[in-house]
Design a protein around this ligand. Structure first.
Ligand code: PMP
Length: 461
């Protein structure tokens, strides 16, 4: 087992975990995976068992674990200087902002923060202030989508379209409206692509009119809804939303927290659809999660209105750690790896390879749909392919557990409002090898086979 040897036994650690650690978004799990090290696409737990990290942690460790050069960049930067606030400037932030702008292929100014939620909060505040300064101060609302996830802080949570994540924390922030998701497998408009007039995109025109265009500041969306079930829109969707935003003078904010930095098979997910956002938010893949960092990229034209020397028109926002030197140095090393190893292209290739293999699963009675965006994948489990009744929590868990037993970690999500978590997710590191693609496919197919066998055993018993 590589990595740091824990100073305590597993039992001692589990007890301390129970006594001191509050796990994220879960009831306390008494048997948590205690991960002690990682190398490449694999993590090792306290028992020495290795798992393929099929979710890249939480959709983020894109360059894989244990990259020496990222550690070296952090070490060098810490020795040089670990911190000075971005009220002034520093070299890693300057270099990174230039690099991000080149990845975006547009003229953007970059505001650094710590997390994806932060980046979205910054986007909302910039949009509202922009309209104030333009003399259109009534524009304050944002439109997002049901099933979307945009973060955990009060504004980002308000934009989130999953009420189960919100109900116990209300009242949230005023001025966030939601439209149905572009979900072809279960079209909320009861239509089928392509005879549908892309209603899921046209609805923005209606809601903007219902709300009053003069009250709307922005639309926020991910290129595909990742955390809410890998919901991939029809190809025309983003272009239509962009046109509607332009028609009413509304900002298009694209949340690239998961889709950015190669996951989509392009540099950013909006590149797959050929649109230019006004604001782009990003986090996770920016540093491959080696250090916390996020960014909000704003079209240069918008930024200009914050440059007045009047002492009042600058952006009134600061956070202590945002754009920390070490995190910026880590991001630069991470982007260098993505470029040198052509991992954006590899992501597109991985998606193709995985889809060739996993599409076999469409014959399985409990698989309704398989959706890809670059190398991210969602497998929608059903009880019945015709009725599309979502698979039971038990069946979903059986597949997740069977994968884990074979050494593959995957995720699951879905429609938490309706109480269905029936979509398996896969988001492998972009360095996944061809052999590892075979391993992932074999483990998933094996897990679904076991489900079928289990069902037959149960029925015959
Ligand atoms: N936007 C999207 C699309 C996300 O998936 C997430 C996190 N999963 C966030 C925002 C929030 O990021 P963070 O957890 O870093 O605050």
């Amino acid at each position: 087992m590589s990595g740091v040897k824990p100073a305590f036994t597993k039992e001692e650690l589990l007890e301390k975990d129970r006594n001191y650690v509050w796990h994220h978004i879960s009831p306390h799990n008494d048997e948590p995976l205690i991960v002690v090290s990682g190398e490449g696409c694999w993590v090792t737990d306290i028992d020495g068992k290795r798992y393929f990290d099929g979710m890249s942690g939480l959709w983020c460790v894109n360059v894989g674990h244990g990259r020496e050069e990222i550690a070296a960049a952090a070490y060098e930067q810490m020795k040089t200087i670990a911190y000075s606030p971005l009220i002034q400037s520093h070299v890693p932030a300057i270099q990174l902002a230039e690099k991000i702008s080149s990845w975006l292929e547009g003229d953007y100014r970059i505001f650094f923060s710590n997390s994806g939620s932060d980046a979205n909060e910054v986007a909302f505040k910039i949009a509202r202030q922009y309209y104030h300064q333009k003399g259109e101060g009534t524009r304050h609302k944002f439109i997002s989508r049901h099933r979307a996830y945009h973060g955990n802080s009060m504004g980002a949570l308000s934009a989130t379209g999953q009420s189960q994540r919100k109900l116990k924390y209300e009242p949230l922030v005023d001025g966030f409206e939601h439209v149905p998701p572009p979900y072809c497998y279960r079209c909320p408009f009861g239509k089928s692509y392509s005879s549908c007039n892309i209603e899921c995109a046209q609805i923005y025109d209606s809601i903007i009119n219902w709300e009053g265009a003069e009250s709307v500041a922005g639309v926020i969306l991910e290129p595909v809804i990742t955390g809410g079930g890998m919901i991939v829109p029809p190809p025309e969707y983003l272009q239509i939303v962009r046109e509607i935003c332009d028609k009413y003078g509304i900002l298009l904010i694209v949340d690239e927290v998961i889709c950015g930095f190669g996951r989509s098979g392009e540099k950013f997910g909006h590149h797959n659809y050929g649109v230019t956002p006004d604001i782009v938010t990003m986090a996770k893949g920016l540093t491959s999660a080696y250090s916390p960092l996020s960014a909000t990229a704003v079209r240069a034209e918008l930024y200009e209105s914050f440059r007045g020397k009047d002492g009042i028109s600058h952006f009134r926002h600061v956070n202590t750690f945002g754009g920390n030197q070490v995190s910026c140095a880590v991001a630069l090393a991470n982007l260098e790896i993505l470029e040198r190893e052509s991992l954006v292209e590899r992501s597109a290739y991985l998606g193709q390879q995985l889809s060739y293999r996993l599409n076999l699963l469409l014959d399985h009675p409990n698989v309704g749909d398989i959706r890809f965006f670059g190398s991210a994948c969602g497998i929608e489990m059903v009880e019945d392919q015709i009725t599309k009744e979502p698979a039971s929590a038990d069946k979903v868990l059986q597949v997740v557990q069977a994968c884990k037993q074979q050494g593959l970690l995957i995720g699951k999500n879905g429609d938490t409002v309706a109480g269905f978590v029936n979509i398996l997710t896969l988001c492998p590191p972009l360095i996944t090898s061809d052999e590892e693609v075979d391993f992932i496919a074999a483990a998933l197919i094996g897990a679904f086979d076991a489900l079928l066998e289990g069902k037959e055993v149960q029925q015959s018993g």
